[in-house]
Design a protein around this ligand. Structure first.
Ligand code: ADP
Ligand code: MG
Length: 339
């Protein structure tokens, strides 16, 4: 089979200036694409690098692509992850991962919180502001500390060490910073959950399976409160310890796993997702977000680190995602494409 790969590369945006540029934080490196190609070749497939954008349509046709493995994050707006899957649906080409609606409703954290709460999946209490003038209506409604984040970013974009705030003055400063940096994007203000950070990897479809649960901790001091800010994510080698399986009491672990599977199903995820949680000091679980397009870097992606710690090598993980995607189309009898 000819497998096309859709992606956005950091290098395509700002060669040489990657670390200073938050804009391309979500994008992949050439190393990830090479690693995927290696796996597809091992499975007996040819690979075609498609990149992203409307040009993929001609390339799919000229290179006779049968199936697309999609890891494209898109460039801007809350529908950016939905763009490539929408094009592929329009031209009737099968692809891996979730559909445009799931990608859209999970990327917008405000929409996602509403759906989660409807489904009985707890998330931190929150308010949304679109301007500084709205802050007085928030200040007495939520309990400090709070965390301030952009409504529809990922990879900790816009979430800095200074984003956890404890006073009205700090709140105003952080909200002002995001309104300036992420223009036309609401700011999500959430109660900060002091406690532990757990992420859960799920693969499959009709009967989704958990491939692992992992605690993300401060490397220097396990007991110190930790959050996965942009600065920390970028310096993960020095600052972060990944513990999988985490030391969790079995009842708590079962509850987190149950929430992860419920979220996967409720949001209509397909093939793979990673779901982020906080556990408060009192043992309450809060879902932070659903990631239906989790990073697949062989080096630093949380899902890949977690899989390895659970005995699942990169090759097996990517092959499993691919095979779940292919079997969806085989079941519906529509692998053959018609452009
Ligand atoms: N309400 C919260 N309480 C505590 N930590 C939080 C909260 N919201 C976000 N964080 C921290 O910020 C990180 C990134 O936030 P998240 O909502 O998962 O956004 P992203 O899409 O950028 O990963 C989380 O992994 C967590 O460490
Ligand atoms: Mg996250």
């Amino acid at each position: 089979m000819n497998i096309g790969i859709t992606y956005n590369l950091k290098d395509d945006v700002s060669p040489g200036a990657i670390l200073d540029n938050e804009f391309c934080e979500e994008f992949d490196t050439g190393g990830t694409i090479d690693a995927l190609i290696h796996v597809f070749e091992k499975n007996g497939h040819n690979s075609v690098k498609l990149g992203s954008g409307i040009k993929i349509v001609d390339k799919i046709r000229s290179e006779k692509v049968d199936f697309v493995f999609n890891i494209a994050e898109g460039y801007s707006g809350r529908n950016r992850e939905s763009g490539i899957p929408s094009i592929l649906e329009m031209i009737n080409v099968p692809y891996s991962g979730s559909d445009p609606l799931t990608l859209g409703m999970t990327l917008d954290k405000i929409v996602a919180k509403k759906i989660a709460s409807q489904a009985g999946i707890p998330t931190p209490r929150y308010k949304v502001v679109k301007s500084i003038d709205e802050l007085p209506s928030v200040e007495n409604k939520l309990w400090y500390p709070l965390i301030v984040k952009p409504a529809w970013e990922g990879s900790s974009k816009g979430i800095y060490n200074s984003s956890r705030v404890s006073t009205n003055a700090e709140l105003k400063e952080s909200v002002g910073l995001l309104l300036g940096r992420y223009r036309n994007q609401p700011v999500l203000i959430e109660e900060y959950i002091e406690g532990r950070e757990i992420t859960v990897g799920v693969i499959g479809n009709a009967r989704p399976q958990i491939i692992g649960t992992m605690e993300i901790m401060n490397k220097a001091d396990f007991s110190e409160d930790f959050f996965y800010s942009l600065e920390v994510k970028r310096d993960w080698k020095n600052l972060v310890s990944y513990v999988s399986p985490p030391r969790l009491n079995p009842i708590l672990e079962r509850a987190i796993r149950h929430c992860a599977i419920s979220a996967f199903k409720e949001f209509g995820c397909r093939d793979v997702a990673r779901i982020d949680f906080r556990v408060s000091k009192h043992g309450r679980i809060f879902m932070l977000e659903v990631n239906p397009l989790p990073g697949l870097s062989p080096e630093y992606a949380d899902l890949v680190i977690m899989a390895k710690k659970n005995g699942i090598q990169y090759n097996e993980l990517v092959s499993a995602i691919l095979n779940h995607a292919l079997s969806r189309y085989e079941k519906s009898g529509s692998v053959a494409k018609t452009i």
